[in-house]
Design a protein around this ligand. Sequence first.
Ligand code: SAM
Length: 288
Amino acid sequence: MSEKATQPKIASREVTTHILKAFGLRMSKKLGQNFLIDAGIVQGIVDAAQIEPGDRVLEIGPGIGTLTQGLAEAGADVTAVELDKKLPAVLAETLKGYDNVRIVPGDILKVNIPEIMGDAPFKVAANLPYYITTPILMALLERHLPITHMVTMVQKEVALRMVAQPGGKDYGALSVAVQYYTEPEIVLDVPPRSFIPAPEVDSVVIACKVRETPAVTVQSEKMFFRVVKAAFGQRRKTLANALKGGGLPKEQVRDAMEQAGIDPTRRGETLSLAEFAKLADAFSAMPQ
Ligand code: SAM
């Protein structure tokens, strides 16, 4: 029998506790370490990412290898970036026998992803460290990497913002960015007891299928996100005032809104992606 087939599933309370003890590991709150102990959830992430043998997968924060093992078992070629310097030595042991896993020590916000993943399409799967969920998601989306699917475990409250529609309190710059680049769908509710230690918040697995072309066409992506950021920067103000306060040329705001057919007394949180696109294009057409 190959060594791989004899490896116990890490995703259980017993095995995880055993590994933590054996390596004398103390979990770091600062690094957002909450390790999964539910094999059903690991499988849920693997299924949501529609992993096929040979798929290239970037995992963020493998921890002690819980999700990594599930991905490797499904036949993925996994590249896992881990910031905690203590963990690569642990992973070398817990994932011994999987020749389809590569651990890259480092900070996901600093590593050169094209350098480690190359040009071919890949998927992202991760139980994210919650203290930097938004920066990680934004970095992955904005860089136009050849990602096809992004399946991540995030705080429920963040996922609700990612899928929010115009008009509600959850709708904001993150909703627009995620929906501009992807089609997000919440696929699993995950209670705190699925982790060691149990986090104080509820979690969900959210699957984001990356669109081949963004949801709306804009002349300048930079202007689109500038407008979006300004619109949500001061949520209590009318859109016209929020745009002025957010650094768009004051003298252009009224004209741009008129050209885009948007009532200046509306609030940013009521605009659809298509309306943001129209507004951004109106600004783009004006002298910079
Ligand atoms: N994948 C494991 C699991 O599901 O049990 C661990 C998930 S734990 C929520 C998040 C992991 O991300 C930890 O292993 C932590 O050390 C790692 N991490 C934190 N910040 C990171 C960063 N900036 N870059 C890469 N990994 C990071």
